[in-house]
Design a protein around this ligand. Structure first.
Ligand code: F3S
Length: 285
């Protein structure tokens, strides 16, 4: 393609901040404005650029409750934390502002109820993701975490209850449930706890991926839902790039393209998307 043609850039109908992330940031910002010393256990959201801006305004990110000084205010991030973390925070007598997303809380409640009723709880999600860690903490050590292949202990349980990490994709949930349907002898209960914001972003990304020649997925490299968006875009066969900011655009990737699509994970702010689109629009195809 000649260097004078401009690439048409389209942005997914649904992308960027979800309401749970927006709420967590609003709570962190209003707590900062109150003059409190505000802390978070791990990054508040999985977007390094947003965290950097919060840190410039006095926000602190620490590893665990033991790192909190006396008199601190701690914001619980949208992924939630395990009951034992809440217990440690009470022991340290710090003030807690709970920004756990209500939809994450709903998944936690489902898991708690399943465990109480004697189901072996299978969490379809990523090991070591904070949301999954919190749910494992709620259910206890009987919980089974599966991404797509089920471990044997889930297949041998007589009663299995399934929930999904809120940012899981439906195909993986379906795959795990299929395995259980094929092997389970007694009882299976499934709660689809994937949140609407995730489903809407995934559907919009797949639709756009089918209409353009190259897709860009924006979000923190540590963001699970961004990685899933990139996976499902790539699975449609379109050339897909995952990036954090416009600085990473390599103009070569647009060579020969007439159309480019942009989507973004649930923790990617509007200003990153806008900057990215502006830069793409300035690049000749
Ligand atoms: Fe909540 Fe869904 Fe966002 S669970 S934090 S609305 S991705």
């Amino acid at each position: 393609m000649g260097g004078s043609e401009v690439v048409e850039v389209r942005v997914a109908d649904n992308c960027g901040f979800c309401f749970g992330v927006r709420r967590a940031i609003d709570l962190a910002e209003s707590t900062l404005r109150s003059g409190a010393k505000v802390y978070c256990l791990g990054p508040l959201i999985h977007n390094p650029q947003v965290i950097e801006r919060l840190i410039e305004r006095g926000f602190h990110v620490v590893e665990g409750p033991e790192d909190l000084p006396a008199g601190a205010t701690v914001v619980i991030r949208s992924h939630g934390v395990a009951p034992e973390v809440f217990a440690k925070l009470r022991e340290r007598e710090v003030r807690v502002v709970d920004a756990t997303c209500p939809l994450v809380k709903r998944a936690q409640d489902r898991a708690r109820e399943l465990a109480r009723q004697g189901y072996r709880v299978v969490i379809v999600g990523e090991r070591d993701h904070p949301e999954v860690d919190a749910i494992v903490g709620i259910v206890g050590h009987e919980a089974v975490v599966a991404d797509c292949e089920l471990p044997a202990e889930a297949l041998s349980a007589p009663k299995v209850g399934v929930i999904a990490q809120t940012t899981q994709d439906s195909a993986t949930l379906r795959q795990v449930v299929h395995q259980l349907v094929d092997t389970l002898t007694d009882e299976l209960r499934v709660f689809n706890t994937i949140c609407n914001a995730t489903l809407e972003r995934q559907a919009a990304a797949v639709k756009l991926a089918g209409e353009v020649e190259v897709m860009f997925v924006l979000g923190g490299r540590n963001s699970a839902n961004t990685a899933r968006l990139a996976e499902i875009c790539a699975a449609t066969g379109v050339k897909t790039f995952q990036m954090e900011t416009a600085d990473e655009i390599d103009t070569e990737v647009l060579t020969g393209a007439h159309t480019a699509g942009v989507t973004a994970g649930a923790s990617t702010p509007g200003w990153i998307i806008e900057e990215f689109v502006r830069k793409l629009e300035d690049i000749p195809g």
